[in-house]
Design a protein around this ligand. Structure first.
Ligand code: SF4
Length: 312
């Protein structure tokens, strides 16, 4: 079967990644998200077309033989990879052939309420789960899930998973204009994510043509929404929409400390928001150890040093 393997894709966050598509050529998903990059499709709670495990493993073996410098194997699908019925067998096979390559899975989170799926996810080095809304109405509008999918069960499942999981749990939130870009939605997400304690939150918006007629938000909106999260949550803004209209600003040393107390910033945020003099002040504060850089699964965050947090 063609197109099981895609890439390699160089990623600053995960290194060089080889993608594994468990549903090549056909969308098989229990969501029908308004922002999906694939065509709109009726939801399905199981795969109608299923690739044999042996065929997927053969393709991965060939991919690894061809590209000998792969850092991570990314399990994904044209749809939802955890609906693949032989995921446990596939994982066992990947563990046998992967060598030093790490395993990452990108899931919409819908099956994390099932103990057998959580058990499989535990074996991945990084698990990235989507959670666009923490309230049922918003969740239904944006992700358009199958009737059997229940947001409360997903939220409980994620909390159970977090209890056991020792790898990197990343939660991805995709913001759609007019749907989940409200302060109340982000306050609800903040309350839930403070309990969940993911290692990182990736906050983005629509970057490619969406399935339905919906619109992205700009970087400035993502930044304002990110400020609604507690500073203990590390938020990485992944989209760069309309940054041409954004001008960098001057920050005094005090303002830099105050800003970082509200939300740690990534190197990319600093490049966009700080003018050259402010960046020099930031470097000075780094040298004085008032702030520090903390690496978070491939993303550098500028954070207040512990002493300054205690004073804040
Ligand atoms: S979960 Fe992913 S594949 Fe499924 S509809 Fe949403 S964006 Fe598309």
């Amino acid at each position: 079967m063609k197109n099981i393997i895609f890439g390699p894709i160089p990623s600053r966050r995960f290194g060089k990644s080889l993608g594994i598509d468990l549903s090549p050529g056909i969308k098989q998903c229990n969501f029908d998200c308004v922002y999906c990059e694939l065509e709109p499709a009726k939801t399905s709670t199981h795969y109608r077309k299923v690739l044999p495990v042996s065929e997927i493993l053969r393709a991965v073996r060939e991919g690894l033989a061809e590209h000998t410098d792969i850092d991570v194997l990314t399990v994904t699908a044209n749809g939802e990879p955890t609906l693949y019925p032989y995921l446990a067998e596939l994982l066992a096979g990947l563990q046998r052939i992967k060598g030093n390559t790490r395993l990452l899975i990108l899931s919409n989170g819908s099956t994390v309420d099932r103990p057998e799926i959580r058990k499989i996810l535990l074996a991945f080095d990084t698990v990235k789960l989507s959670l666009d809304c923490a309230t049922p109405r918003c969740f239904k509008r944006i992700d358009r899930p199958a009737d059997t999918v229940d947001l409360d069960a997903i939220k409980r499942g994620m909390l159970d998973f977090r209890q056991e999981y020792r790898g990197a749990l990343i939660v991805e939130i995709l913001v759609v204009k007019g749907i989940n870009d409200k302060a109340e939605e982000f306050q609800a997400l903040n309350r839930y994510l403070l309990d969940l304690k993911p290692d990182r939150i990736d906050l983005g918006t629509i970057d490619r043509p969406p399935a339905y007629s919906v619109n992205p938000v700009d970087y400035e909106t993502l930044r304002e929404l990110s400020l609604l999260f507690d500073p203990s949550l590390h938020v990485h803004i992944t989209s760069r929409r309309d940054i041409e209209t954004l001008s960098s600003s001057s920050f005094s040393e005090e303002e830099i400390l105050h800003t970082l107390a509200k939300r740690p910033l990534t190197s990319e945020d600093i490049q966009l928001l700080f003018d050259p003099d402010s960046r020099k002040r930031l470097t000075k504060l780094l040298k004085e150890e008032k702030i520090t850089i903390r690496e978070n699964h491939g993303v550098n965050f500028y954070v207040l040093s512990q002493n300054d947090i205690d004073k804040a």
